[in-house]
Design a protein around this ligand. Structure first.
Ligand code: XIL
Length: 331
């Protein structure tokens, strides 16, 4: 049995991604959060398509509940995410693609309204999520980039800072630990933003890992990220065995079942991730590690990629896996 929680064992914040409806209906899940985490991120409750599903019709219900849950339980609330190609509701895409002035104005108003409403209650924001292509060092050709150019990124950070000067502001992306040209592209952007006085304070590294991504490559990449001086957040950690092509189109099921040997290897990998974070990120830059779903029952990976995988630290029955203890050892 689990003796003490991850948060007691950790020198930096430990978080989990969750939706408010999961906490409300599941006492075991809630207990896992209370025992192990001191930070939470909403998996989707705080994305644009949930906050502003229709024009002029803000929906604060889930975000309000997350704020009160996190306040009551003394959890840091991480805001995910303000601008994301996949989080943009259809109506914004439709209107914005026809009217760049409107889109520029909308970006400002949305951020001011949303961030302003939760000023002082959201510790940090993923201001821009996945602004680079899946692979390589180019800006993603999203609606935002195509209509507004790369300045949408700098502007989003400026508006967020104006609305809540105390909040930490992150750029968040994936594959940075494995794709060196993508990492270099993001790091150049970070340098440019800093040179232009844009108020970016953190780099979010999603860390949707796969067992065969070499530890040495991950370590080297994290060292480069830390050299920016920004706060570093491992923002969406999970570790899969099987593969997929980074789209919804489907995964490659290499493993039929989970063996004791696989559990052991996964535990070692989780331990290594914690070690890499501790050893490569200076303490003053350690913003924490967040698990993206933390049970194999609830993991987004399986429905999203059409896989049967076991990426998290708690099993289908919400019992801690070897990965849980491995991670804890690395803290
Ligand atoms: C995912 C959620 O986990 C899913 O439930 C939802 O269907 C799609 O979004 N990178 C991110 C997250 O930044 O917002 C994504 O979350 C996972 C990949």
């Amino acid at each position: 049995p689990q003796k003490s929680g991850l948060k007691e064992a950790s020198p930096f914040p430990i978080g989990g991604a969750i939706e408010i409806r999961q906490i409300a209906k599941d006492t075991v899940l809630k207990k896992i959060i209370q025992e192990n985490f001191n930070s939470i991120t909403a998996t989707s409750d705080m994305k644009m398509y949930n906050i502003l599903p229709q024009e002029g019709n803000y929906n604060w219900r889930q975000a309000d509940s997350l704020v009160s849950f996190s306040t009551k339980d003394n959890l840091r609330l991480f805001g995910h995410t303000l601008v994301w190609h996949s989080g943009t509701p259809e109506w914004v895409a439709e209107k914005g693609s026809k009217d760049s002035l409107w889109l520029a104005h909308f970006l400002k108003e949305y951020i001011q309204t949303y961030v302003g409403k939760y000023k002082g209650q959201v510790a940090a924001w993923d201001v821009v999520n996945e602004g680079f292509e899946t692979q390589g060092g180019d800006y993603r050709k999203s609606l935002w980039f195509e209509v507004l150019g790369k300045d949408y990124i700098a502007n989003a950070f400026r508006y967020t800072h104006e609305a809540d000067p105390e909040a930490e502001l992150f750029y968040n992306d994936f594959n940075l630990e494995r794709d060196t040209s993508k990492l270099n592209g993001v790091l150049s952007m970070v340098e440019e933003l800093k040179q232009n006085g844009v108020p970016i304070t953190g780099l979010g590294v999603q860390m949707h890992l796969r067992m065969d991504i070499p530890n040495a490559l991950i370590r080297e990449s994290v060292r480069k990220m830390a050299a920016t001086g920004l706060k570093i957040h491992f923002s969406e950690l999970d570790i899969i065995f099987n593969t997929h092509d980074d789209t919804r189109k489907g995964g490659v099921q290499l493993y039929k079942e989970l063996t004791p040997e696989m559990l052991k290897q996964q535990a070692a990998k989780y331990k290594e991730v914690a070690l890499i974070y501790r050893e490569e990120v200076p303490e003053s830059q350690q913003f924490g590690i967040t698990f993206w779903d933390f049970t194999d029952r609830d993991t987004w990976i399986n429905p999203f990629f059409g896989l049967n995988d076991w990426p998290t630290i708690f099993d289908e029955n919400l019992k801690p896996k070897p990965a849980f203890y491995g991670f804890k050892e690395g803290l």
